[in-house]
Design a protein around this ligand. Structure first.
Ligand SMILES: Nc1ncnc2c1ncn2[C@@H]1O[C@H](COP(=O)(O)OP(=O)(O)O)[C@@H](O)[C@H]1O
Ligand SMILES: [Mg+2]
Length: 243
């Protein structure tokens, strides 16, 4: 068995006096998709910020490829191979698709080697190739999500953090986001997905955690979660019939 790619060990994260993540532990193996499900305000983005070094934990540790990330600033964590697709996508509306894609390489001190470059990304997402000269602000929500993923790939990460990629997308485009994640996994990438969208998480994740008020209240496979109506009802607000 290989070592986990990412290990979150009893992390406690605060914003000032506000105690948000109250002792979370989880792991993610290379090439897997792990989903963190939870309603608004439960701490999903805070977990992403904790892993990416934007809001480091006050207690506990995050380990990546066996090494502690403690004390490392966000740019150094990105350099190590963790890329973020932020909530709300954050594409630059007045830059073209090409310019959006070419930005992140310059934010890494040393480009990471790997299969992903402009050509490979346009090959993977032909829809972006068609829109190469368009401004970010002219793209549909689904295309913007694709662009945000492409931008993350330019850094040749081994782990992609995705913060609510389904937000604001139609059900058809949510399916497309799911397909995109499966393709990343086929390319050997690991994905940490945080979501409120149960159907999306269940359809792509190898393993899931349910987050409620800064603590995990469930972990298991999609199949195991589907057999926990009480968890689904209490923490995700869905009755079993709707899965
Ligand atoms: N910058 C911040 N300062 C203070 N509190 C914050 C900040 N960001 C988020 N919070 C609080 O932390 C909790 C978790 O937020 P968040 O991680 O954004 O949840 P989610 O992504 O699951 O919706 C919420 O109570 C939220 O109000
Ligand atoms: Mg959030």
């Amino acid at each position: 068995m290989s070592d986990p790619l990412l290990q979150v060990e009893d992390v406690h994260t605060y914003y000032g006096d506000s105690y948000v993540l109250q002792g979370l532990s989880m792991k993610l193996d290379p090439g897997r998709i792990v989903a963190i499900l939870g309603r608004n305000g439960m701490g999903k983005t805070t977990l992403i910020r904790t892993v990416s070094g934007l809001t480091p934990p006050r207690r506990g540790d995050v380990r990546f490829q066996g090494r502690s990330l403690a004390g490392r600033p966000a740019y150094s964590i990105a350099q190590a191979g963790i890329a973020l697709v932020p909530q709300g996508r954050r594409v630059y509306r007045s830059l073209t698709v090409r310019e959006n894609l070419q930005l992140p390489t310059s934010s890494l001190a040393r480009p990471r080697k790997g299969r992903w470059n402009l050509e490979a990304i346009l090959n993977e997402f032909p829809q972006l190739a068609e829109r190469i000269g368009h401004f970010g602000g002219e793209l549909s929500g689904g295309e913007q999500q694709m662009l945000a993923v492409g931008r993350a790939l330019m850094a040749n990460p081994s782990l992609v953090l995705m913060d609510e990629p389904s937000e604001g997308l139609s059900p058809r485009l949510v399916l497309q986001v799911g397909e995109m994640m499966k393709r990343l996994r086929e390319h050997g990438l690991a994905v940490l997905l945080v979501e409120q969208n149960l159907a999306l998480a269940m359809s792509v994740a190898d393993y899931l955690y349910v987050l409620a008020s800064g603590r995990f209240v469930f972990e298991g496979t999609p199949e195991q979660l589907s057999r926990e109506p009480a968890v689904l009802d209490e923490h995700l607000g869905v009755s079993r019939r709707r899965i």
